[in-house]
Write a protein that binds this ligand. Structure first.
Ligand code: CA
Length: 230
């Protein structure tokens, strides 16, 4: 099994969900540790740092957001948060605090496994020394600042290019509106979601086969955007 050996820490107080996660992930070849509270999760992560953390945001002792922030003071491997439905602001806050991704309860195992694989793959990818990024029919030559689709050069404005490279460098990961605005436009413009919509639409027109049904540049409703990793 391709995942054997990977150690996953589950921080979740609800026993049925823990049991479901443990059974499914064990059968996929993952090694599992379980914590039933935030404090226990932090203790276990420190004692034996896992390859990935699955973190419930609603915990009985300390808020999952606080657990996330404390973990991110030292822990660099992927963290996927579990959030309740209709808590978009919670998801956004978790992503801004360094979560790699989220799934909304109730979730399917296929979805969670896909998110885990993407997060772990990303953790080992694009280093600062990369000179080009290729995904599907798209390729960006970072040194020459040129973008190709099916080996044909695509002309982007400097801001479109900056937005595309930011998305590509985090391919597979959900990036919040605030993160993208800060990275591309700078901290003073971090409230202008409208800029983003305009530039995303324009990138889709230039890069997507069918801009109305994007294959790469995906909208995460109410949260932000994700560049599909494959
Ligand atoms: Ca809970």
């Amino acid at each position: 099994m391709e995942h054997s050996g990977h150690h996953i820490l589950i921080v979740e107080d609800e026993q049925p969900i823990r049991r479901f996660l443990k059974a499914s992930l064990t059968s996929e070849g993952y090694r599992i540790s379980e914590a039933v509270s935030g404090e226990a999760g932090l203790r276990m992560a420190t004692a034996q740092p896992p390859d990935l953390v699955i973190l419930d945001l609603g915990l009985p002792d300390i808020d999952g957001q606080v657990v996330l922030q404390r973990l991110r003071e030292w822990y660099t491997a992927p963290i996927i948060v579990l959030s309740a439905r209709d808590q978009e602001s919670q998801k956004v806050q978790a992503l801004d605090s360094g979560a790699d991704d989220y799934v909304t309860k109730p979730f399917g195992m296929g979805e969670l496994l896909a998110r885990m694989r993407t997060a772990m793959r990303h953790a080992h990818r694009v280093g600062p020394e990369a000179t080009s990024i290729a995904i599907g029919e798209l390729r960006v030559d970072l040194a020459a600042r040129l973008v190709y689709r099916n080996d044909e050069e695509v002309h982007l404005t400097p801001l479109e290019y900056k937005l595309l490279v930011t998305l590509l460098k985090h391919a597979g990961k959900v990036l919040t509106h605030r993160f993208l605005l800060r990275e591309v436009w700078g901290p003073q413009d971090s409230q202008e979601n409208h800029y983003l919509r305009v530039f995303v639409a324009s990138l889709r027109r230039k890069l997507e086969l069918d801009p109305a049904r994007p294959r790469y540049l995906l909208t995460e409703q109410g949260v932000g955007y994700r560049f599909a990793a494959e």
